[in-house]
Write a new protein. Sequence first.
Length: 628
Amino acid sequence: MVTKSEALKQVNKYLQGQAKLDTLRFITCGSVDDGKSTLIGRMFFEAQMIYEDQVKLLQTDSKKIGTQGDNIDFALLVDGLSSEREQGITIDVAYRFLTTKHRKFIIADTPGHEQYTRNMVTGASTADVAVILIDASQGILPQTRRHSMICSVLGISKVIVAVNKMDLIKYKQKKFNDIFDSYNTFANQLEFDQITAIPISALKGDNIIHKSSQMHWYQGPTLLDFLETVDRRTSSEDCTLSFPIQWVNRPNLNFRGYSGTIESGTAKIGQLIKILPSGETAAIREIILFEDKLRSAKTGQAVTIRLDKEIDASRGDVIVARNTNCGVSDHFEVNLVWMHTEPGYIGRSFWLKIGTTQVNAHITTLKYKVNINTFEHLSVRQLELNDLAVVNIKTDQKIVFESYSDCKPLGAFILIDRMSHQTVAAGMIKFSLRRATNLFQQKLNINKENRRQLNGHCSRVLWFTGLSGSGKSTLANALEKKLHDLGIHTYLLDGDNVRLGLNNDLGFTDADRIENIRRIGEVARLMVDAGIVVLTAFISPFRAEREMVRDLFEKGEFFEIFVDTPLHIAEQRDPKGLYKKARRGEIPNFTGIGSPYEAPLKPNIHIKTSEHSVSKIIEQLILKLNLQ
């Protein structure tokens, strides 16, 4: 009989052994029905990582969905969502944990359907190795190529090509060789360091954990043998210190600490650091974890760091090693995976989130997208769901970064839609553009306040928005005349007038409309800086672009004036005959007919032209604007 002390010794010995094992993160990916979930379920079954009651439940569930005889549908072990079981596909990323005598594993089973490519990106972003499954009876499919390309872009350098369902092709070596040769030809253009092909049958268990008796011609390792011995990719722990500040901890006047999670590297007492983007330097005085004081802290630990001197730093700043290669910039070339059904356009404003930093950003250039079949670089006017592209991105303030290939935590970011708050893209920084380091804000002796004092009034932009025919130009023109009579310096930017000059190279696609508004916003900002009251009369149909323009100005400088006129009244007016042409199909993408108008949710001023006369509206505007 084992005594209690002996049992505790055995448990401690086991735990110590487990603690010494390193962890490999791998992703299973490929096309729909290639057998990813079945493969993982089979691995757990053969590794005896599931209990007898789970096996019985799986057998029962397998019979319910029509699995033959006593066979188990191993995919049910991994597919957790009811919708996944009903459709027989993986939708979300399912993470599973497996431990053998030699290694711990974190497995990301990712969806194969093209619709859920964005979930695959999530799983691949942290993986050391990719297991790319190919159905032996189907060969290489478009999603096989897309997933391989995404793995390459995300820096996964070691790939296992698991040619699955070998039982369906009677374990023929030639078919396996043909598939692997085709994959190698395709993958030569990707940045993989190691590609290993293994013929398997997830359903039958061939070459998963045990050698197959059906394929004597294959002399390589089983899938598990390979996973237990393959080297992990360079981890964040191997990078230099980066510690994005999440919170400045000031419980009293005698304590200032910076709280956050170490994203890469190690922090040590006495270590020389600098804070970016300011560049101020100091040394680490204390590292605090709850009530404990540590000598050092490593990647993944949430701690509070105190420095040996007072430094003005705030959320979004990054503590890095003093000799780091981290840079600071606001203009980048990046790899971008578009993950939303709404297209991505040049000029549209997003939130860019990298670490704890969130800034405004917009795409300045769509350089090209990649054809997943030929690797051809294709010119592009907009980004569609699942597009993989190289683009230039500009942020409204400088951020701390490293190239993604050097340090993932400081090179990976997401773009977030400012209206819906949904993630629309995942990006990997390649490098900072030279123009970002060669341009400097010039300090001028005369500023906006000097010009306002000279003019004797404030400067603002009065942004009229509404449907064509709503009365924007009429109201803006009448208001400018009244302001001019009051001695206020003004300038009216009208939609048609601007398109005849500055923006005569733009059409009326969504992409051109966004660029039209971006340019107008920049012109209006210059005029407000000159001390002028700027009136604009543009349909400006998209909320995101109006908010982008608002962000160009200081608080109180931008007034959004919604000229609210029902579509049927605007059509009745139709001063330019545009609605009639649009209804006849002569003007595609006409706002209100072929293209949507997104009404302001919280305009500064809401005008209903069908209820009041122009003179009455102007009187109300003068009172509300208070421009003196």
